[in-house]
Design a binder for this molecule. Structure first.
Ligand SMILES: [Zn+2]
Length: 86
């Protein structure tokens, strides 16, 4: 059953690192078995032209802001999901 917004389910645009709300219509692109989400078609085209430029930014070993945020969240909650996500 679909129940309102899921705050965990947010995508990061690998080109501009903006958060993409999954509730909002946005362009996507599947590359190497992964689906990437973009805030705008121009970001999708930029990615398409040179995907490898942006893949490093979303790899876990090279931590980006979003990953650091999740790490901090994990530390603060002891690895449990925050109460807003249950
Ligand atoms: Zn973008």
């Amino acid at each position: 059953m679909f129940k309102g917004k899921d705050p965990v389910n947010i995508y990061i645009d690998p080109v501009c690192m903006m958060q993409v709300d999954p509730q909002v219509q946005h362009p996507t692109l599947t590359y190497q078995m992964r689906t990437y989400h973009f805030c705008a078609d121009s970001c999708r085209r930029t990615f398409e032209e040179n995907p490898d430029n942006y893949l490093g930014e979303v790899q876990p070993r090279k931590k980006n802001l979003w990953q650091r945020y999740l790490d901090r969240l994990n530390k603060a909650t002891g690895g449990k999901p925050p109460s807003c996500c249950q």
